[in-house]
Design a binder for this molecule. Structure first.
Ligand code: UDP
Length: 351
């Protein structure tokens, strides 16, 4: 068990289970370690492959999870149900003073419901983007002013809401200095496009998936530069099922965090349906085109770092052209990279 006793009376449980949760919880775990606060980690097993899970623990020097729920891939309902039941068992045995969850996955929902039923306070990191977990949380750590006002509009008491910034800025800052010694992956800076695509609404929909690939080929024709696509396991599985044509696109296995940061920083432009990647490209001052019809990161649109293209091949090309004409001098709306510090300070004070 990862316990270093100084604040004997404070014990924090971290619940996580997917790639973005590991990346965004890492700064909080580091802050708990730095302050010598008791904590333990519950890993749901929602992501379990080496490429999407273990590599991040290794690279971010995170301690191994204390508990593994091993829920694996099953239907969303069953997965959430298993997470509730198994988390409940652990929390009954090893009762923390607060449970921290991050984002909006089945792990977050399951973890939050189990904690609520046991009357254990819940801290929601990156609150206000989707609001299901927010309504049963006690501490809502809003990443931006926009998220804060969404929570207020939802009728959540302002005493529960704390504007802390997004821990992704902490993560980018902490890891950016480690990319210098990387194997450079044969990349020529600013001479390639980087793609990430994994959302169900895109890759589980044959027409959208194929349209997006058409859009990418249009970019390739126009700019004559490589289009690199580290493919998520879900997208790989669905591409096979739908017989998606990847001609002209450099499809590779998912890369680790440092490699992905390095690729983002050096890309001419990023095309994505990932939430974290929209944030990171905005922080890194790399233009972004989002392959969705809407976004939970409207701040990136407002500051001029991102455009929504949906799945239309023509819109994907025209948004790319527009973004490449813009000056990359937007402001980062996600905070100053001290979010983890602020979150832990609030917990120490209030619990
Ligand atoms: N990422 C990575 N390797 C990859 C693709 C993405 O390390 O091959 C990182 C990326 O830097 C970001 C996070 O994964 O921090 C985003 O996760 P994902 O797109 O799976 O989830 P979302 O942000 O959409 O919830």
């Amino acid at each position: 068990m990862t316990i270093i006793a100084q604040y004997l009376d404070l014990k924090v449980a971290i619940i996580l289970g997917t790639r973005p949760e590991i990346i965004k919880m890492a700064p909080i775990i580091r802050e708990l370690q730095r302050k010598k606060i008791n904590y333990f980690i519950i890993h749901s097993g929602q992501h379990y492959s080496y490429n999407l899970d273990k590599i991040f623990f290794m690279q971010l020097s995170l301690p191994r999870p204390d508990y593994r729920l091993k829920v694996g891939s099953t239907s969303p309902g069953e997965q959430t149900g298993l997470i509730i039941a198994r988390t409940e068992r652990i929390l009954k045995k090893n009762r923390p003073d607060i449970v921290l969850v991050q984002g909006d996955t089945n792990t977050v929902l399951g973890g939050a419901i189990a904690s609520r039923k046991l009357n254990i306070p819940i801290g929601h990191v990156e609150a206000g983007l989707r609001i299901l977990t927010d309504h049963c949380s006690d501490f809502l750590f809003a990443p931006t002013k926009e998220a804060q006002s969404i929570l207020l509009r939802e009728g959540i008491s302002k005493n529960k809401i704390f504007l802390t910034g997004n821990t992704i800025v902490d993560s980018v800052r902490q890891n950016l200095k480690n990319i210098a010694n990387l194997d450079k992956l044969n990349i020529i800076p600013k001479k390639f496009f980087l793609v990430s695509l994994h959302r169900q609404e895109n890759v589980d929909n044959q027409t959208r998936f194929k349209n997006i690939m058409k859009g990418l080929r249009k970019i390739k024709q126009e700019y004559k530069m490589p289009i690199i696509f580290p493919i998520h396991p879900r997208s790989k599985k669905m591409a096979k099922k739908f017989n998606v044509n990847f001609d002209g696109i450099d499809v590779i296995e998912p890369v680790n965090y440092l490699q992905f940061l390095f690729m983002q920083k050096n890309a001419k432009l990023v095309l994505t349906d990932s939430g974290g990647v929209q944030e990171e490209s905005c922080i890194l001052k790399v233009p972004c085109v989002t392959l969705r019809d809407n976004t939970e990161r409207p701040e990136t649109l407002e500051v001029g770092a991102n455009l929504l293209a949906g799945d239309s091949p023509d819109a994907i090309l025209s948004c790319t052209k527009k973004m490449l004409e813009r000056k990359e001098d937007w402001k980062n709306p996600f905070g100053d990279g001290k979010s983890a510090l602020k979150i832990i300070k609030i917990i120490e004070k209030k619990i």
